[in-house]
Design a protein around this ligand. Structure first.
Ligand code: BGC
Length: 712
């Protein structure tokens, strides 16, 4: 397809139309259910609607075919619509929420999740997914931590790349692949006070070293689109931020894909106070390099006038339209506008046995055993009661799974019974409402499983919390179990790190987040020891909301508080210490692992050399299991202050009982570098601390020196 020639055949209105994204019900009124928000009252005329370039959200193949058909009948140019949707952690086979999946530290699961999601979503004729969401998240109050990959830039990069590759496959033209739209560019995860859409303000040093890494990794992995964020960066809304969209994205990163606003975010720059009206917003958007406008109408209503009056150069419009049409061409839509949409493929693929099995395998690796006094795995022939608000729950899909169906999921009771466990009592009523008779029944149990947490609406977009304790007095279930002298195992369903300080007296806590379609089957196999938990936290769990933001890879202060040393003029609180409840990287197993002495192949590193680090880990228990070993480093003196620890590698191996495995890592001088304010790599010689351990707090360390580069 010669896209430049095609552009020449379009009227100015038709070109502008390619930059408009609206919901399917604009084309077919009955489809109104799919999108909420102010898009319904945009006041668009039919002439404008049937020039739109893309669609936001679609339910299934039948709907897609209907919309595309109607559009192609009515449009003059017959350029197919492109269908985009939020396929975040599954289409109908729902995988664990991204935050949970990240605790697997298994990048291949991200690839599998994305591949399965793409296969299923493509049956509905979806061509682009608004994923991965790679915003670094360090504030558990923010509801969207559920969609992210945690607090660490390195882990974020590795998982992001796998997701993009999984969605896109080797050839976008083939049926079954989706183009990936990475979001939200940039730094959306740093919203002040954890309140969604709020202000972001940070130095460019921090921006490039921490927050930009995921977006860049996605683009390097080939992501074809990028979505701007709702927040400001350097005081300018990201949606019209020239520095982000032109300097960083186009010039530095050489991105030639499509940019898209977030929902209505171009119009919202009026609320930000950087445009008087939609007309000004249109100028700012196109000049900044924003291609598609999602769910608002600044371009469609005003760009034509601005081009005709000479305020906006036609070349800017043409370049944006070129990118959109190129994507349509690369996706094969000119050959087949209905690409992928097929009720037959839908029946064969969607929620098929193989996909559900894969979702279960992912779930098995995505739960974190936070505490365990030995009560887990469950021993045989115990009489068990399940109580707590989620005792009967099937709501395990979690936020951003709107094609998925919770009603098809299994309860924990059924999943455990299926494995032969004696579940004798199940109740989701409140502690205070137990009758004496019910309490007597519970007293007959050998142990209680407490199904606690947050509901699906307590995290996700706009669903922030100012307190991260268990909501609705659920801590009472733990004290109740103590009161009636029953051992208790907490199973936590939730979407964000929680303050669990008041439930530590439970005998075990299994952190199960929202593990998707096969959540309870996986939880049952983990509780019974059919599978051994192996997840490790990717966000720090604080002891109190007052410590937030609390993350392992922070900078030092000039007056750091040293644990155990009394020194008044250091950085600490009068009423709580600085330590987390559970550190980044923490997670238990039913097996126990012994770490040998770490070995470095050199302590002096020169440019063009590689440092090799090894550690032997022995499974000293009778149970086989995975162990994730983490490699950290610290640059001890650089031209800018560097974090006290930075993850630089990890490996997850299966270690059989009594077996020893050698974990080997490699670091090059590049890995020891950091970014300057423009995102360029700086490598400075000097001393570096190299650390290896089971989590970010328990590490062994050695010092190496990177020597000056010898110029020849
Ligand atoms: C969210 C995006 C999402 C878009 C389309 C917005 O409100 O911030 O993440 O992709 O809606 O559904």
């Amino acid at each position: 397809m010669n896209i430049n020639n095609l552009i020449k055949t379009l009227t100015i209105e038709e070109k502008i139309g390619q930059l408009l994204q609206i919901a399917p019900f604009f084309f077919i009124q009955e489809l109104e259910k799919e999108v909420s928000g102010n898009i319904t009252d945009l006041g668009l005329t039919a002439s404008k609607i049937f020039k739109a370039g893309s669609v936001l959200g679609i339910g299934n193949a039948t709907e897609m075919i209907q919309v595309q058909k109607r559009y192609l009948e009515k449009s003059r140019h017959k350029i197919p619509l492109i269908f985009m949707a939020d396929i975040i952690h599954g289409y109908q086979t729902i995988f664990p929420i991204p935050l949970a999946l990240s605790t697997s530290w298994n990048p291949s699961l991200f690839h599998t999740m994305a591949k399965v999601s793409a296969l299923e979503a493509s049956t509905a004729g979806i061509h682009v997914t608004f994923a991965p969401m790679v915003d670094i998240t360090r504030d558990p109050r923010w509801g969207r931590v559920v969609e992210g990959l945690g607090e660490d830039p390195y882990l974020n990069r590795i998982m992001t790349a796998q997701m993009v590759k999984g969605f896109q496959g080797d050839d976008l033209k083939k049926v079954g692949h989706l183009a990936s739209c990475v979001k939200h560019f940039a730094a959306y995860g740093a919203v002040e006070a954890g309140r969604d859409y709020n202000t972001v303000d940070m130095s460019r040093t921090r921006l490039f070293n921490e927050y930009m890494q995921g977006y860049h990794a996605a683009i390097q992995a080939g992501a074809r689109m990028i979505m701007t964020s709702f927040n400001v960066v350097d005081g300018v809304p990201a949606t019209v931020n020239k520095h982000l969209l032109r300097t960083v994205l186009r010039e530095t990163w050489k991105f030639d894909g499509v940019t898209i606003s977030d929902y209505d975010s171009l119009h919202q720059i009026i609320e930000h106070g950087v445009a008087e009206n939609d007309s000004e917003a249109a100028i700012l958007g196109i000049k900044a390099g924003l291609d598609i406008e999602m769910a608002s109408i600044c371009y469609v209503n005003y760009l034509k006038t601005h081009i005709e009056s000479g305020k906006v150069d036609m070349a800017l419009l043409d370049e944006a339209v070129y990118r959109v049409l190129k994507l349509k061409d690369d996706l094969g839509l000119f050959e087949d506008p209905y690409k992928g949409a097929s009720t037959l493929r839908e029946q064969a693929l969607v929620r098929c046995e193989d996909h559900l099995q894969k979702a279960k395998e992912a779930a098995l690796e995505s739960a974190v055993l936070l505490t365990n006094d030995g009560i887990l795995p469950l021993s045989k022939n115990k009489k068990i009661g399940i109580i707590g608000p989620y005792a009967k729950t099937k709501q395990t899909n979690g936020p951003w799974s709107w094609h998925g169906r919770n009603d098809l999921n299994q309860t924990l009771e059924d999943s455990l019974k299926h494995l032969g466990v004696d579940i004798l009592y199940v109740s989701d009523q409140k502690v205070e409402s137990y009758t004496d008779e019910e309490i007597n029944v519970l007293k007959q149990m050998d142990l209680l499983i407490l199904a606690l947490g947050e509901n699906e609406r307590e995290s996700g977009e706009a669903h922030n919390r100012s307190d991260i304790k268990l909501p609705r007095h659920q801590e009472e279930y733990v004290s109740f179990a103590k009161r009636i002298m029953k051992p208790s195992i907490v199973v936590l369903y939730h979407g964000r790190p929680l303050d669990l300080t008041n439930i530590l007296s439970a005998n075990a806590i299994l952190d199960a987040y929202f593990l998707g379609s096969m959540a309870n089957q996986a939880i049952a196999e983990l509780l019974t020891g059919i599978h051994n938990p192996s997840g490790k936290l990717t966000m720090t769990y604080p002891k109190s909301i007052g410590q937030v933001p609390l993350y392992y890879n922070h900078l030092n202060t000039g007056r750091p508080k040293v644990k155990g040393i009394d020194n008044e003029f250091t950085g600490y609180y009068l009423d709580i210490d600085n330590e987390p409840l559970f550190p980044f990287g923490h997670g238990l197993s039913y097996a126990s692992f012994f770490y040998g002495q770490m070995r470095l192949d050199r302590h002096d590193l020169h440019f063009h050399e590689t440092l090799k680090i090894e550690v032997d880990v022995t499974n000293t228990s009778e149970i086989d299991g995975h162990e994730i070993v983490q490699l950290y480093m610290r640059d001890l003196a650089a031209s800018i202050s560097r974090p006290v620890k930075e993850l630089k590698g990890f490996q997850k191996h299966w270690i059989k009982s009594k077996e020893t495995i050698t974990y080997s890592f490699q670091l090059t001088p590049d890995d020891l570098g950091f970014s300057d304010e423009q995102g360029h790599l700086i490598i400075e010689p000097g001393r570096f601390q190299i650390m290896v351990g089971k989590d970010s707090e328990h590490v062994q360390s050695e010092i190496i020196r990177l020597h000056e580069e010898v110029k020849s």
